[in-house]
Design a protein. Structure first.
Length: 101
């Protein structure tokens, strides 16, 4: 089953910018080879369920190794037979916007 998941994960109780911690998770996502898209509030990952959930687990493990408390949100859209959903989902909405509908 193809899924698109949006993950936001960071440690709690740290001072200053969260960017270095988010970058650790994004590095895991990029190294996975799965299609992904970094956004201002989370990162979307596309692939098969087991592949995406393995990457989510790796992101958790990387941050949990150095922090006692993490905050994570995870949203998942599952659709059989979908390909290139990161592009086609947004393109579909944009086509409606630009067509004046």
């Amino acid at each position: 089953m193809s899924v698109i998941a949006e993950i936001s994960i960071f440690p709690m109780g740290v001072e200053g910018s969260l960017a270095p911690y988010v970058a650790k998770a994004v590095r895991v996502i990029r190294d996975s080879g799965l299609s992904h898209q970094l956004g201002p509030m989370g990162t979307c990952i596309e692939g098969e369920w087991h592949e995406v959930m393995a990457v989510v687990d790796q992101c958790y493990q990387v941050l949990a190794a150095d922090h006692d408390r993490l905050y994570m949100t995870l949203k998942v859209d599952s659709r059989a037979g979908r390909e290139n959903g990161l592009h086609t989902k947004t393109a579909s909405v944009e086509s409606q916007f630009w067509s004046g509908r």
